[in-house]
Design a protein around this ligand. Sequence first.
Ligand code: ASP
Length: 344
Amino acid sequence: MLMNSKPKILLIYTGGTIGMLKDFETGALKAFNFNKLLHNIPELKLLDCEIDTFSFEKPIDSSNMNPKHWAEMARAIEINYSNFDGFVVLHGSDTMSYSASALSFMLENLSKPVIFTGSQLPIGDLRTDAKENLITAIQIASLQENDQPLIQEVCLYFEYKLYRGNRTTKINAEHFRAFISPNYPFLVESGVHLKINSQLFLPAKGSDTLKVHTRLDNNVTIIKMFPGISEAVLSAILNIENLKGIVLETYGAGNAPTEEWFLTLLQKAIFRGLLIVNVTQCSIGSVSMGHYETSTTMKKLGIISGKDITTEAAITKLMYLLGQNIAQEDFKSVFETSLRGEMQ
Ligand code: ASP
């Protein structure tokens, strides 16, 4: 940042409820033009920073989000990186944790804040949560220490809390407190003052320059285990043409059936080169293969441990690493290493 100048923040508008209006005919909420959104928040002019904006040409409901949109966000950050001190991404809450996770992997050596936020009610609604979320996200993105951004990672701000983005998950479609970070504490809490837990931040990146990775491989899927899953169903999924990676949501500490058909299917799939990541269906806690007999064989088969990662971070990390052409024999150890603070 220039001496004595105000921090410069780029607001990236992708869509979401925050900028939606009711369709006149159907009554359904639809994304609308960004300028109208800014018009609804005159308070932005009172903030002690300079704000510039970039909007998706067609703002979307985040249920339509896909890796092409992630690449568009990453490129917008890359192009504007040297001209801004921080970035705030306005995004629908439905898939916000996926996008924040994806961007955390795509932006290597990030040394500025990228803060995702949105709202449960449109900004024009009398009871909206959008203003607090947006204004505080911008304030946090503007925080500096010794002329350097205080936060140097991808975060998510919602309902008075700043979280590491790739640790979050959406848990509530009704309450303003829509997100949790089950396995990592919040980074900042907004009350009368901002309570900043800087000991939890990712370390400063030093002189390494930003590297933006936009190649993701979506030949992946998520399988949620349930008692009664059939051999025919599992076999059909594991044999999908070109499938390269699976996030397998197992029970408890990473446990699954010990039935022979199940383990044989996994073994054959791994033999063909399929990468299988074991994550737990539990919100809190970690996979610990070998702790129970019901995970011992999976460990022996070379299944990757997702440890305490969220499913959102696991699937986006899989897409990111598959796009990096990592050698098959190194993939397990790379995945099991925390790249952006996404796992223990
Ligand atoms: N359906 C909306 C979206 O994700 C919900 C929201 O913004 O909260 O775009």
